[in-house]
Design a protein around this ligand. Structure first.
Ligand code: PEP
Ligand code: MG
Length: 883
């Protein structure tokens, strides 16, 4: 087996495509060599050696050592030096390099090959004794630290001691003799700590470093990192051994890092910093202030230190030539590391650069406009979820965060405000011009007005599809839900967390993108929608197959959805419309009435309000489909609680408060999510569905006649488990359509369909499709009922499940494709088998999740529907899924 791949001098055995075998760094070093760029020669030991190492009790393949010897000799020939040679030694760096960039692993050992003899040769070759001894002491420190596990602090202390004794302050004041003395001290320290001397044999040093790189693949930090980023342990890391070039050989040497475009704005400019007379770690250590690379940046920063452009014009010109070449070659923004040794530029690394969402957008669009990538490719270059950063205020990354608690990132964006504990207080504060965060154990539909009034919502209980989460996302308001370590005491008007007690009026910040709850006000960055956003979105729209609709019921939500490019409403939750203003009283009358007559009286009050709602909605969404779902309330949520509320309803119904209390107690449910809700309501009280159907049809006729543009409502029946249920409700709807057509003289086209949100409905989809003209997958309930996990209070244990890897992700956020997804696919197939043209959509929260959207594409759905602020994310994700 070939375990070792060499590179350098315009040639390489590997190339960029061999990332899995050579790791990212190794593959790109090979690629740069092949491009004829100045790369210090070296070789890569493959990731397969790492795998072998762990499969064979931390030992190496037999033929590895001969291959390493041969590669060392090859590098020696290219550099004219020999590894371990006392007179003309080859010195190397050793670095790790996995497939994906992985902080937490062993990083770098520089100057390897130095010992008591070769240090003299280095001094002679460089003509600089101080430089040689400084390099040697750096090597001992680094090697001891990462390979021998002798802590850095030992050496730091020895250095500080020495400087104090000599009355020196800066490292730069130390001369060759000082470093020479310290090297002696350092070796003593190592011997004392380890019981054996610092290795003098360069071969032993090399194998020590190689072993340390492979060993670091399994250190705790690396394991943790892999866990967080879903990187399999089987990938392994490669080891890169490369001839040293020195950025610390005096004033004509330097080291630096650069991005080929600005990583925070995406601006096309060489962006980075460098340090004269320094080695790589000096830049990272931040001891000296780095200098700007371009003159332009230097002027902008007002620095009095010369730019690289000024100080090293030739190396700078070479860097400019190379960065342009690399960007064209890789067709993406690159992150570069380089060293200048005595005026000559050497490239040490290139890789795709990390960037903000804003930069990602600009770079993708610019690269396409520059002709480097196609528009389709540009569409794939932006992470859909990253668009959240652009649509909501975010916390300034430079701001200090005093984290009090971490809950679920339920609705993105950040907000600060005074704490209030009730929705009425929130509304009151808002009227007085104060900004508040509504803090509740959980929210219910009665909190809608408070949620509207608040800047953000924090709950201590509830998951990603809890009421607070769903409604906040719909409103585009930041929300952290299920922050379980916070205790709310409504009576005392306090919350306690992390040993602190906060009162109403104290200021909190919530970050709905990370789930953090922070003390005090934190600096925010306002969202900015650039021209590139619209451009990329239009390219995405050009390639996607699935339509994107929004879940919206209020005029505001509907308008937002249209602005963000929604192509219709996929879910109008009519129960949300009933919590506005004084409708709740009429709704309670309707629910608590003990006979049909009482209900009809209450419904008569609701009809004009519903009709008006639909007129508004149809008008805003003119020309686009609107799916209206019949009432689907856990009845429970509508029940009055306080004596005052009961008295109000009693008056309306002409009944006694006692009687009402008894009726409310009768309707109280222990498990309302599986209770008297969905179409069960329409089955028990058909007059409710009739009222809603009438309101829909009358509104549709009104808007059609008024605008001349036909409204085609889609009426959706929730929580169906049998075809018989659907048929009963559909019968009422059809009859109402006929009645309204006769009354108004305007017949109307409409569709009746169903939600598929119970496993039985999915299984019986073939039969249900005989009656349903469309299916909309309600994956919130379908997840809850398939997994048997309550969507409202799963937060308490779901964390443990995802943490232990039992579930790959929160199933209420990312569709459980293997389980719930199987039911979706099966229902789609069975539905299509019965009714070829059946329209298929999804309106659970998963409709706005990129991974789930990809699944929807593969399941052949016609559209996804999500909260308005997620519409752009869904448009981009649907486009990527189609490519
Ligand atoms: C669903 O269950 O997925 C759905 C969209 O309906 P709701 O969230 O209103 O129950
Ligand atoms: Mg549902």
């Amino acid at each position: 087996t070939k375990w070792v791949y060499t590179f350098g001098d315009g040639k390489a055995e590997g190339e960029a495509g061999m990332r899995n075998l050579l790791g990212g760094k190794g593959a790109n070093l090979a690629e740069m060599s092949n491009l004829g760029l100045p790369v210090p020669p070296g070789f890569t030991i493959t990731t397969e050696v790492c795998t072998y190492f762990y499969d064979h009790g931390r030992s190496y393949p037999d033929d590895l050592s001969a291959q390493v010897e041969a590669a060392l000799a090859h590098v020696g020939r290219l550099t004219g030096r020999t590894f371990g040679d006392p007179a003309n030694p080859l010195l190397v760096s050793v670095r790790s390099g996995a497939r994906a960039s992985m902080p937490g692993m062993m990083d770098t050992v520089l100057n390897l090959g130095l010992n008591d003899t070769t240090v003299e040769a280095l001094a002679t070759a460089a003509g600089d004794e101080r430089f040689a001894w400084d390099s040697y002491r750096r090597f001992i420190t680094m090697y001891s630290n990462v390979v021998l596990d002798v802590g850095h602090h030992h050496f730091e202390e020895a250095l500080e001691d020495y400087k104090e004794r000599k009355g020196l302050h800066l490292d730069t004041e130390l001369k060759a003799a000082d470093w020479k003395h310290l090297v002696g001290r350092y070796k003593e320290i190592v011997e004392k700590e380890l019981g054996r001397p610092f290795p003098q044999d360069p071969k032993e040093q090399l194998w020590g470093a190689i072993g340390a790189v492979f060993g670091s693949w399994m250190n705790n930090r690396a394991i943790k990192y892999r866990e967080l980023h879903a990187i399999p342990a089987s990938w392994g890391t490669a080891v890169n051994v490369q001839a040293m070039v020195f950025g610390n050989m005096g004033e004509t040497s330097a080291t630096g890092v650069a991005f080929t475009r600005n990583p925070s704005t995406g601006e096309k400019e060489l962006y980075g910093e460098f340090l004269i007379n320094a080695q790589g770690e000096d830049v990272v250590a931040g001891i000296r202030t780095p200098q700007d690379i371009t003159e332009r940046a230097r002027k902008a920063s007002g620095s009095d230190k010369p730019s690289m452009e000024k100080a090293m014009p030739e190396a700078y010109a070479e860097l400019v030539r190379i960065y342009d070449l690399l960007e064209r070659h890789y067709r993406d923004m690159q992150d570069l590391e380089f060293t200048v040794e005595k005026g000559k530029l050497w490239m040490l690394q290139t890789r795709g650069g990390k960037r903000t969402a804003r930069a990602a957008l600009k770079i993708a669009v610019d690269l396409a406009n520059e002709g480097l990538i196609s528009k389709e490719e540009a569409v794939t270059r932006v992470e859909p979820a990253a668009l959240d950063q652009l649509l909501h205020p975010t916390i300034d990354p430079k701001a200090e965060r005093k984290v009090l608690a971490v809950g679920l990132p339920a609705s993105p964006g950040a907000a600060s405000g005074e704490i209030v504990f009730s929705s009425d207080e929130a509304e009151e504060a808002r009227k007085n011009g104060r900004k508040v965060i509504l803090v509740r154990v959980e929210t219910s539909p009665e909190d809608i007005h408070g949620m509207h009034a608040a800047e953000g919502i924090l709950t201590t209980r509830g998951g990603m599809t809890s009421h607070a989460a769903v409604v906040a996302r719909g409103m585009g308001k930041p929300c952290v839900s299920g922050a379980g370590t916070i205790r709310v005491d409504y009576a005392a008007g306090t919350l306690s967390v992390a040993g602190q007690v906060l009162r109403a009026g104290d200021v909190l910040t919530i970050d709905g993108t990370t789930g953090q709850v922070l003390l005090g006000r934190v600096k925010m960055l306002e969202p900015e929608l650039s021209g590139e956003f619209a451009t990329l979105m239009s390219w995405a729209d050009g390639v996607r197959r699935m339509k994107v609709r929004a879940n919206a019921e209020t005029p505001l939500d509907a308008r937002t959805a249209r602005t963000f490019g929604a192509e219709g409403i996929g879910l109008c939750r009519t129960e949300h419309m009933f919590f506005e203003g004084d409708r709740i009283v009429a709704v309670r009358e309707m629910i608590l009435a003990d006979d049909e007559k009482g209900r009809r009286a209450a419904l008569a009050k609701l009809l004009p309000m519903q009709r008006k709602d639909f007129v508004e909605l149809f008008t805003i969404m003119r020309g686009l489909p609107v799916t209206i779902r019949l009432l689907d309330p856990p009845l429970h949520e509508f029940l009055p609680h306080t004596d005052e509320e009961i008295a109000e309803v009693a008056a309306g119904l002409g009944a006694s408060a006692e009687k009402l209390k008894a009726r409310a107690a009768e309707l109280h449910e222990f498990n309302p999510m599986l209770g008297f809700r969905g179409c069960r309501l329409a089955i028990a009280y058909p007059e409710i569905a009739e009222m809603q159907a009438r309101a829909i049809f009358e509104a549709a006729v009104e808007v059609t006649n008024g605008t001349g543009e036909a409204v085609r409502p889609e009426i959706m029946v929730p929580l169906v488990m049998t075809r018989a249920e659907l048929d009963q409700v559909k019968g009422r709807i059809d009859a109402m359509a006929a009645a309204v057509a006769t009354e108004t003289g305007s017949p109307l086209a409409y569709q009746v369909g169903t939600m598929i949100e119970l496993p039985r409905a999915a299984l019986r989809a073939g039969e249900i499709a005989e009656s349903a003209e469309f299916f909309s997958f309600g994956t919130n309930d379908l997840t809850q009922t398939t997994l048997g996990i309550s969507r409202d209070d799963a937060g308490s244990f779901l964390g443990a499940y995802t943490g232990k890897g039992i579930l790959p992700a929160d199933p209420f956020v990312t569709l459980d494709q293997e389980g719930v997804g199987e039911l979706v696919k099966l229902a789609a197939e069975r539905g299509k088998a019965t009714r070829a043209g059946i329209k298929l959509g999804i309106c659970g929260e998963h409709g706005g999740d990129p991974a789930s959207i990809r699944f929807c594409e593969s399941a052949g759905l016609d559209y996804v529907s999500c909260s308005p602020y997620r519409v752009p994310i869904a448009r981009l994700a649907a486009a990527q899924a189609a490519l």
